[in-house]
Design a protein around this ligand. Structure first.
Ligand SMILES: Nc1nc2c(ncn2[C@@H]2O[C@H](COP(=O)(O)OP(=O)(O)OP(=O)(O)O)[C@@H](O)[C@H]2O)c(=O)[nH]1
Ligand SMILES: O=C([O-])CC(=O)C(=O)O
Ligand SMILES: [Mn+2]
Length: 594
C-alpha cells in the first residue's frame, strides 16, 4: 500500500487508510494549498497535455481543458441518494440500498488509481473557520479537480487546522478511471456524510464540494439542523442613498443565476446611482440569525463555475472580466494562433485556426456546428469579479429581503408576480417548472417540474423538503422574506423572447424591492400578486404598453393545464405531501375556475 503522511485527526487517518487500500494509488499527496505546490501541479498537467497553458499576456494564469465527448454535463440518471430506506430519498431521486451500493462501488474503485497519484484535498465550504462553514476532504486522481477545487473552495492546511483532532468532515472520493458512461456513478450517502463519484471528469460530477456537498448533503444536514441549502444566487442591490438590500434567487441550471448575480443596471439607473453587488452565483446557505430573527445567507463557494456560451461583454461584462486571469476553461474552443479561447456568443469572430470542444482542428469561420460545447464552463475566482460584494467573506452572511424563483417558461408564467405570503410562496416554489438545458445530459427544451430549482439537488424526500420550507416560514414568522416568481424567457407566437432580459432585469428587481418596502402596488390575480404595468419602469426600453401587458398576462386556460400537471406531479408524494401545499393547490384550482 502506498505510504501516506498521517494527520492529527484519527477519523481522517482511518478513512484514508481504507480508501488507499481500495483505490491502490501509486502515491499519495496532501494538498497544502501553497502556490508552489499548485504551480508544480499546473506544470505537470501541462506536460501531460491534461491542460494547455493559455496566452500569458492576454489571459495570465489561465488554462484550457477538454473532457471526453461523453462526459460534458451532470448525469442525473446516474446520480443516487442512498438513504437506508427508499422513502427517505423520495420518488424523484434515484435510490439504492446503501450496502448494495457500497458493494457495487467497491468493485469499481478497487485498483482504480493503480499507477496514479491520489491527491488529498481538505476544503472548506464557506470562509475558513466561520461558524456556518463546513469541511470536506476530497480524494481524487485528477490534477484538474485539484486546480478547480482550489478556485471553487478554500483548500489546504488551514482547513486541516480548523478540523482539528476530532472534527467531522464530508468524505468525498473521486476516481476518474476510464470515463465509461455505463459505469458512471455520482452517489451520496447522507447518513454517512459521504460522496462517491467514479468514471467522470466533468465539473458538476467531480468537484464534489459543489452540487454534491453544498446542495445534496447540505440540504439533508439543513433539514436536521434547521437551516437551508439552496440553489440560489445572492445579490445586493444598492440604491442611490447607498442602502443595500439582498435578494436570493433560485433558477434551474443554465437559467440565468450567474447573469442576474452580476447584473449591470441600464445606464439611466446607473446614472441615478443604482448598483448591483455579487455575493454568490449558484448556492446559498440560509440560516435564521438568533439575534434579530431574520434570514441570512452565505455563499459557501469561492469561485464561479459558469456557463461560457452566451457570456459576452454585452450580456455579462462582470462574468467575462472574472475570467481574464487565473481561470480554467473547459470544453470551449481554442484559438491555436494566439492561445486564447472562444465560445458561441462571445463575439462575432470565431477563430480561423481553431480547436473545437471535440478536439478537432477546424476552420472556425466556416464550421457548421458548435465550436464550444453548449455546457462549456469557466472556473473563475470570485475575487476577480469587478462587482464582488464587500460582504462576500462575511462569516455571518447577508440579510435576505426577498426570495425569487424563476425558470424558462415560453408561455404560462408572467414576467413577475408575488406570492401572497410564505405558504403561498413555498407553493410557488414547489410548482416551479422549466425547460431543460444543456447543463445536464439528456433532451433540451422539455418542460419539467423543478421545485425550487432543486429537483436534481435535493438530498432527501422532496415532500419532506417542502415541509422543511414551511417549517422555516413558521420559525421566521413576520421576519420571513417576501417571495416572488420571475420569467425572463416568455416567448411570443414567433418564438422570440418578449423581454430583453439581462441588465434590464434590474427593472423587475426594483419592483420587487419596492414591494418589500411597501412603495409599490400590486393586484391580486388567480396566481398571486401582479404588478400594475405602470409600476415596471420601462424608460428607454422600447417596449410598448401592449407588450408589457402581454408579458404580465395570465392565460387561465394555459394555467389550468399546468394545474393538471401539478396534480399528477404531486400525486407521487402521496400522504407525505404537506397539507399546506395541498391547500394552496386547491386555492389555485378554485381561482382559475372562478
Ligand atoms: N433571454 C435571456 N437569456 C438569459 C438571461 N439571463 C441569462 N440568459 C442566458 O441563459 C444561459 C445561462 O445563464 P447563466 O447565468 O449562466 O445560468 P445559471 O443559472 O448560472 O446556470 P448554472 O451555472 O448551470 O447553474 C446563458 O446562455 C445566458 O446568456 C435573460 O435575462 N434573458
Ligand atoms: O454542476 C454543474 O455541472 C454546473 C452547474 O452549476 C449546474 O449544472 O447547475
Ligand atoms: Mn451559473
Amino acid at each position: 500500500m502506498a505510504e501516506f503522511t498521517k494527520c492529527s485527526n484519527e477519523k481522517v487517518n482511518k478513512w484514508l487508510e481504507e480508501q488507499i487500500a481500495m483505490c491502490q494509488p501509486e502515491s499519495v499527496v496532501w494538498i497544502d494549498g501553497s502556490e508552489s505546490q499548485l504551480e508544480a501541479l499546473r506544470a505537470e498537467a501541462v506536460s501531460t497535455g491534461e491542460l494547455i497553458k493559455l496566452n500569458e499576456e492576454k489571459l495570465p494564469g489561465c488554462y484550457y481543458h477538454r473532457t471526453a465527448e461523453n462526459d460534458v454535463a451532470r448525469v442525473e440518471d446516474r446520480t443516487f441518494i442512498c438513504t437506508p430506506t427508499e422513502e427517505e430519498a423520495g420518488p424523484i431521486n434515484n435510490w439504492m440500498e446503501p450496502s448494495q451500493m457500497y458493494d457495487k462501488l467497491k468493485a469499481l474503485y478497487t485498483g482504480a488509481m493503480k499507477g496514479r497519484t491520489m491527491y488529498i484535498i481538505p476544503y472548506s465550504m464557506g470562509p475558513v473557520g466561520s461558524p456556518f462553514s463546513k469541511i470536506g476532504i476530497e480524494l481524487t486522481d485528477s490534477i484538474y479537480v485539484v486546480l478547480n477545487m482550489n478556485i471553487m473552495t478554500r483548500i489546504g492546511q488551514e482547513v486541516m487546522d480548523v478540523l482539528g483532532t476530532d472534527g467531522d468532515f464530508v468524505k468525498c472520493l473521486h476516481a476518474k478511471k476510464d470515463v465509461n458512461p455505463e459505469e458512471r456513478y455520482i452517489v451520496h450517502f447522507p447518513q454517512d456524510n459521504a460522496i462517491m463519484s467514479v468514471n467522470s471528469a466533468y465539473g458538476g460530477n467531480v468537484l464534489l464540494g459543489k452540487k454534491c456537498f453544498a446542495l445534496r448533503i447540505a440540504s439533508y444536514l439543513g433539514k436536521q439542523e434547521g437551516w437551508m441549502a439552496e440553489h440560489m444566487l445572492i445579490l445586493g442591490l444598492e440604491n442611490p442613498q447607498g442602502e443595500v438590500k439582498y435578494i436570493a434567487a433560485a433558477f434551474p441550471s443554465a437559467c440565468g443565476k450567474t447573469n442576474l448575480a452580476m447584473l449591470i443596471p441600464p445606464e439611466y439607473l446607473q446614472e441615478k446611482g443604482y448598483k448591483v453587488w455579487t455575493v454568490g452565483d449558484d448556492i446559498a446557505w440560509l440560516r435564521i440569525n438568533p439575534e434579530d430573527g431574520k434570514l441570512y445567507a452565505i455563499n459557501p463557494e469561492a469561485g464561479f463555475f459558469g456557463v461560457a456560451p452566451g457570456t459576452s461583454e454585452k450580456t455579462n461584462f462582470n462574468a467575462l472580466e472574472s475570467t481574464k486571469k487565473n481561470t480554467i476553461f473547459t470544453n470551449v474552443a481554442l484559438n491555436n494562433d494566439d492561445l486564447t479561447v472562444w465560445w458561441e456568443g462571445l463575439d462575432k469572430n470565431p477563430p480561423k485556426n481553431c480547436t473545437n470542444w471535440l478536439g478537432e482542428k477546424v476552420d472556425g469561420t466556416t464550421y457548421e456546428g458548435n465550436l464550444a460545447h453548449p455546457n462549456s464552463r469557466f472556473t473563475a475566482p470570485a475575487i476577480n469579479c469587478p462587482c464582488i460584494s464587500s460582504e462576500f467573506e462575511n462569516p455571518q452572511g447577508v440579510p435576505i429581503s426577498a426570495i425569487v424563483f424563476g425558470g424558462r417558461r415560453a408561455k404560462t408564467a408572467p414576467l413577475v408576480y408575488q406570492a401572497r405570503d410564505w405558504e403561498h410562496g413555498v407553493f410557488v416554489g414547489a410548482t416551479m417548472a422549466s425547460e431543460t438545458t444543456a447543463a445536464a445530459a439528456g433532451a433540451v427544451g422539455v418542460v419539467r417540474r423543478d421545485p425550487m430549482a432543486m429537483k436534481p439537488f435535493v438530498g432527501y424526500n422532496m415532500a419532506d423538503y417542502f415541509g422543511h420550507w414551511l417549517e422555516m416560514g413558521k420559525k421566521l414568522g413576520d421576519n420571513a422574506p417576501a417571495i416572488f416568481h420571475v420569467n425572463w424567457f416568455r416567448k411570443d407566437d414567433e418564438g422570440n423572447f418578449m423581454w430583453p432580459g439581462f441588465g434590464d432585469n434590474m427593472r423587475v428587481l426594483l419592483w420587487i424591492l419596492d414591494r418589500v418596502s411597501g412603495k409599490a402596488d400590486a393586484h391580486d390575480s388567480a396566481i398571486g400578486l401582479l404588478p400594475t404595468a405602470s409600476d415596471i419602469d420601462t424608460t428607454g426600453l422600447g417596449i410598448s404598453a401592449e407588450e408589457l401587458d402581454a408579458l404580465l398576462s395570465v392565460d387561465k386556460e394555459v394555467w389550468k393545464e399546468d394545474v393538471e400537471n401539478i396534480k399528477e406531479y404531486f400525486a407521487q408524494f402521496g400522504d407525505r405531501l404537506p397539507a399546506d401545499i395541498k391547500k394552496q393547490l386547491e386555492i389555485l384550482d378554485k381561482n382559475l375556475n372562478d
